[in-house]
Design a protein around this ligand. Structure first.
Ligand code: GDP
Length: 434
């Protein structure tokens, strides 16, 4: 999927524009997934074409005393990772020094850059916007993110700038696995340990960008693709420590895979950045395996693993039916299990339960625990089925779908998970009037 990045100095209105572009759709996605953690990245579509949008300001210092260096890095990374860059300026301030600095970098890229002049609320301001032509990035698109005026034309311009879709390139049906996580958790070490130095390459397949290169392997009797994480880091470790960088790097890799192995550092525990990555995985409906690495460095009692498991389950709720593996890559402990589990999650994600089998199980469950009646009305689920979608989605046909509430939805999801192995696989449940 294509990625559009919004860049601009602080306070030009990046997050307002982001909300304008993905806002409505985002709200829907969030209510089904039950998550609202990450508000700087989302999917949107326009005329039937879907793409991702990222507000780079959400991940960097977004105050007026931002350093030139931060701005420079923000822009460079957007150039590296995104397909289209929206460079946002503000009409009333005219061209500022930071605008000039960013424009100087953006003029040098071969990526598509769209100059967007924000906070244009009247005709006089359209006139003033001509000044920005001096930035050397063409005519500015005049918009008001607040009222939405001009954003339709901007969407048209974005569509025109997006690269042709290349997602239909995969002909085989093999798992695409990606190891994600913060810097230094051991991603490269795991890749090397699994694949060996010689790497047994069969054929390289390029993803939609040069960054998400999946390489096909045949190892331990399994055929799979793995994103070469080592190839994902081009910059030094210092800059990668910033959340923005690891998020930007992870997004493409996550979008282009089936199963993501989220790696944590046992010594550091779970941090907000890890939760953000987990959230990206769930929002993209990808399979997930959690690996707690550097287990050799942890002092262990009888229940250490159990306590860790319970702690993680609590933190990762609501989507916490996820395999958790404790590894020491250093000692080659349980590393093959990681691969085997990822392949199992891949298979579960593709599972199709025949409609009769599904109803035979779920209808008695519903009969025993029916949805609570609301406002004196009986709510009846008559029939259910798994939809023929690439990821597990289930439809329940109900007389009054609007009265099915979240706790009951969750109850049904848990019952499905008890009966069939969907560990590590996000699922969607829909309630529809017959
Ligand atoms: P990446 O940035 O996630 O790719 O992390 P690296 O693979 O570069 O690993 C970061 C550091 O952690 C390196 O010094 C590794 O040797 C070390 N490391 C990786 N796995 C383990 C482990 O299981 N135990 C210990 N003690 N160190 C590890």
């Amino acid at each position: 999927m294509s990625l559009v990045a919004i860049v601009g100095r602080p306070n030009v209105g990046k997050s307002t524009l982001f909300n304008r572009l993905v806002g409505q759709r985002q709200a829907i996605v969030d209510s089904t997934a039950g998550t609202t953690r990450d508000r700087h990245y989302g999917k949107t579509d326009w005329n039937g074409k879907e793409f991702s949008v990222i507000d780079t300001g959400g991940y960097t210092v977004n105050s007026d005393d931002i350093f030139e260096d931060d701005i420079r890095r923000q822009v460079m990374l957007a150039i590296d990772e995104a397909d289209v860059i929206l460079f946002l300026v503000e009409v009333s301030t005219g061209i500022t020094d930071l605008d000039t600095l960013m424009a100087d970098i953006l003029r040098r890229t071969t990526k598509k850059v769209i100059l967007v002049c924000n906070k244009v609320d009247n005709y006089d301001q359209i006139y003033s916007s001509h000044e920005f032509y001096k930035l050397g990035l063409g005519d500015p698109y005049c918009i008001s993110s607040m009222s939405g005026s001009g954003t339709g034309d901007l969407m048209d311009a974005i569509l025109e700038a997006l690269p042709a879709e290349t997602s239909a390139q995969y002909e085989d049906d093999l798992p695409r696995i990606t190891i994600v996580g913060r810097p230094n958790v051991g991603k490269s070490s795991l890749t090397n340990a699994l694949l060996g130095v010689e790497r047994n390459i069969v054929t390289p397949v390029a993803g939609t960008t040069r960054d998400s290169i999946h390489t096909r392997y045949n190892k331990f009797g399994m055929d799979f693709y793995l994103v070469d994480t080592a190839g994902m880091r081009k910059k030094g470790k210092v800059t990668e420590d910033l959340e923005f960088y690891s998020v930007m790097r992870s997004i493409r890799a996550i979008e282009n895979s089936d199963v993501c192995v989220l790696m944590l550092d046992a010594e550091q525990g779970l941090e907000s950045q890890d939760l953000n990555i987990h959230n990206l995985i769930v929002r993209n409906r990808k399979g997930c395996v959690i690996v707690v690495n550097k287990w050799d460095l942890i002092e262990k009692g009888n229940n250490t693993m159990k306590e860790w498991r319970e702690f993680l389950m609590k933190k990762l709720a609501p989507f916490n039916d996820i395999p958790i593996i404790f590894t020491s890559v250093l000692n080659k402990q349980r590393i093959l299990e990681v691969l085997q589990t990822a392949v199992r999650v891949f298979q579960s994600r593709k599972r199709r339960i025949p409609t009769s089998e599904f109803n035979d199980y779920i209808l008695p469950v519903i009969e025993e625990t029916p949805p609570p009646s609301t406002k004196g009305k009986y709510i009846r689920i008559k029939y259910a089925m798994q939809l023929p979608t690439p990821t597990p989605q289930f439809a329940f046909f109900v007389n009054l779908p609007q009265y099915i509430k979240e706790p009951y939805r969750r109850f049904l999801e848990n019952k499905i998970r008890e009966q069939w192995d969907f560990s590590g696989v996000p699922m969607q449940l829909y309630f529809r009037a017959k």
